[in-house]
Design a protein around this ligand. Structure first.
Ligand SMILES: C[S@@+](CC[C@H](N)C(=O)[O-])C[C@H]1O[C@@H](n2cnc3c(N)ncnc32)[C@H](O)[C@@H]1O
Length: 298
């Protein structure tokens, strides 16, 4: 069995002073965005999101969210700018390599013992690095087996990039040249999704790309399918309020098949997983017990 991997990095945003007036201004703006798009900014951590979005207010030459909101009404294109700013799309293949190793060596083989064909979901998939990582592991474990692999994100722009399946050398660095060879080809043609980067790109080969089905979905508002063997939701909820997070985890529990796993990010430990019905066989992997199995009462 092969194993592939290395380490990630992260970035942060700048900050205005948050006065009560600014909070009230932001709260009205959040209401306006909700009515316009169905995206509820109130379910994202307030200080963090306010700071990120205030940057746009300043950039548009405005002083208040109220003024910026008027600009948003006048210029529909600004809505995509807002969405781009609100979503943080940093991702890479096999992000947090040690966890992917556990997935490859323990979790997926245990699932494949019970089902030949799995149903998997990368929720908040960004540029596709995560679902393509899943696809590669499944292919390494059982080369000719077909699975259902959904990948969803709120952001249409990043989904477009994900469907192209093109990555920079850094984004696929954890695989290594030799092991990436069966899955990626080097492309030198420019890609509209990489306006600022002229370096060569690695494109997932079409027969592997077809194994992932991408869709636009808001995890905080839209319906979920059910009977998943594995849900990967990593580095997405860190921006959600505690209430939104808890509700989402409970919905993931319902969407899993008995014996299925929820795989979360390296800073996203679920403290009261037992109350939601999960057990935790390994840190950051939460399992829905099979019917009749006892579970941790945390
Ligand atoms: C930092 S990326 C994480 C990508 C990948 N899961 C990983 O761990 O590398 C976070 C992604 O969550 C998406 N996102 C944020 N809020 C969302 C929501 N309400 N519904 C669906 N996706 C959302 C963003 O668009 C972004 O692409």
């Amino acid at each position: 069995m092969e194993t592939l991997f290395s380490n990630p990095s992260y970035s942060a945003a700048s900050s205005p002073v948050i006065t009560p007036q600014l909070r009230a201004d932001y709260s009205d703006f959040a209401e306006q965005v909700f009515l316009k798009t169905g995206i509820d900014l109130r379910l994202y951590k307030e200080a963090q999101m306010l700071r990120r979005l205030y940057n746009l207010v300043e950039r548009a030459g405005c002083v208040t969210f109220r003024e910026y909101g008027k600009q948003l009404e006048r210029d529909p294109a600004e809505l995509q700018v807002l969405l781009d700013r609100m979503t943080i799309n940093v991702s890479e293949l096999f992000r947090n390599a040690d966890k992917w190793k556990e997935l490859q060596e323990q979790i997926l083989p245990s699932l494949l013992q019970h089902r030949l064909s799995l149903k998997l979901w990368s929720a908040g998939c960004s540029n596709g690095a995560e679902p393509y990582s899943l696809m590669i592991l499944l292919d390494l474990l059982k080369p000719n087996q077909t699975h259902t692999l959904y990948a969803t994100d709120l952001d249409q722009n990043i989904l477009k990039r994900a469907r192209e399946g093109r990555f920079t050398k850094n984004e696929i660095a954890s695989i290594g040249d030799e092991k990436s060879e069966p899955y990626f080809s080097l492309v030198n043609s420019p890609s509209p999704s990489f306006r600022y980067d002229a370096s060569p790109l690695y494109e997932i080969k079409p027969r592997f790309r077809e194994r992932v089905q991408f869709r636009c979905q808001n995890l905080l508002a839209d319906e979920f399918e059910s009977d998943y063997d594995l849900i990967c939701c990593r580095n997405v909820v860190i921006y959600f309020t505690e209430e939104a997070k808890e509700r989402l985890y409970r919905r993931f529990f319902d969407a899993l098949a008995p014996g299925g796993y929820l795989f979360v990010g390296g800073t996203e430990r679920i403290f009261h997983y037992g109350r939601m019905g999960f057990e935790m066989p390994l840190p950051f992997f939460y399992r829905k017990p099979l019917r009749g199995e006892t579970r941790d009462e945390r």
